[in-house]
Design a protein around this ligand. Structure first.
Ligand code: FDA
Length: 326
């Protein structure tokens, strides 16, 4: 029934758009992070408010054979002191991970590190974290935010990438490309030539049609094109998706073309498709879970709701149950 499908697609798109708009409302974020009723739902996607709270989850993932990349939540800071404070948390996180025998692998948001204040500030703050990662032979991933930050983020990555980086046995800093953005087809060429480490995702932000595909089918097709290119020519690509069709396609191509299992990894988010994460590890594929923690969880959480409107009914059902208890 095509008419019905179109109507529900439109409703889903409207819901997604509303949730992404709300994700930028700082006042709502301040309110949400104060209301305890939201906590059980938030804990589905956020491993804890502190690293101590997150550590058991990180250990459990390692025990199951999964790698991790730890994100100290935060983004869009507008004061230099906040950017420096956010960057200042990472060395201690890396030391704790190393001391616990866990992956020295972290992810961070450029606007959390001051990109919105100045690219120079972000270069300095992220550069400091990269220096620490190099000491520990670890890895730092610069997440990609909305399209207005893409050029500046890639420029910061190029400025701080250590000489001789690209060898997987040493420390490195990698970037993210978003299949939804039309420009990614060009960006991927340059990064492959530089032996840069790419995480490929679909893209979590609300973007205009001038720069991004709007239809899911177009985003998925772009993901597949970029994925195959990076698997064939890239440097240890991270395939960040929960899309079973794309994951099956990656496996099929790896097997058919003899692409080594240790030349790429799957990446998924904490709390999403754990069954699939475990299944892939059991089948001998490398999988890394992105593990966010911290008190600044609101925008991240809202993007997770936007990705799957069914999550909203899950939240509403939980809220209803909570209400019944009070
Ligand atoms: P898609 O949205 O098509 O979902 C496929 C299936 O996965 C769904 O049918 C559902 O089963 C499951 N699923 C997906 N999202 C879910 C959710 N929130 N709740 C429950 N089930 C869900 N984006 C970005 O712009 N910049 C970045 O730096 C990153 N970094 C990043 C790291 C990692 C490790 C991952 C996995 C993702 C990102 N993303 C990101 C987010 C990414 O762009 C995208 O928004 C989400 O991964 C959802 O897209 P999928 O590829 O999973 O496909």
């Amino acid at each position: 029934m095509p008419v019905k499908a179109t109507a529900s697609d439109a409703a889903e798109r409207a819901m997604r758009s509303t949730l992404l708009t709300l994700s930028h409302r700082k006042s709502l974020g301040n309110l949400a992070t104060r209301v305890p009723i939201t906590r059980p739902m938030v804990r589905r996607f956020i491993s804890g408010e502190t690293l101590e709270e997150a550590l058991p989850a990180i250990r459990a993932l390692h025990a199951q054979g999964l790698g991790t990349s730890v994100d100290v939540l935060g983004e869009s800071v507008s004061a230099e002191a906040d950017a420096r404070a956010a960057a200042g948390r990472y060395p201690a996180v890396l030391d704790t991970l190393a001391a616990n025998g866990l992956d020295r692998n972290v992810s961070l948001k450029p606007t959390q590190m001051g990109l919105g204040i100045s690219p120079e500030l972000a270069t300095e703050t992220i550069g400091g974290i990269v220096a620490k990662v190099m000491e520990l032979d670890g890895f730092v991933r610069i997440d990609m935010e909305d399209h207005t930050t893409t050029d500046a983020t890639l420029a910061v990555w190029r400025a701080i990438r250590p000489a001789g980086a690209g060898d997987r046995t040493k420390g490195d800093v990698g970037v993210v490309l978003q299949a939804a953005l039309r420009r990614s087809e060009d960006d991927v060429e340059g990064i492959i030539a530089e032996r840069g480490r790419v995480r490929l995702c679909k893209g979590a932000y609300k973007e205009p049609a001038s720069v991004a595909y709007q239809d899911k089918a177009d985003v998925d097709a772009a993901y597949e094109r970029l994925m195959l290119k990076l698997m064939r020519e890239g440097n240890y690509v991270g395939l960040a998706t929960h899309d079973v069709r794309l994951i099956k396609r990656a496996i099929e191509v790896a097997k058919a073309e003899g692409i080594a299992r240790d030349s790429f990894e799957f990446q998924m988010l904490f709390g999403i498709r754990r069954d699939l994460q475990e299944q892939l590890v059991a089948s001998g594929w490398n999988v890394r879970t992105y593990v966010p923690f911290g008190s600044q969880w609101y925008p991240y959480f809202m993007r997770r709701l936007a990705e799957r409107p069914a999550n909203v009914s899950f939240i509403l059902r939980s809220l209803w149950r909570e209400r019944g208890k009070s």
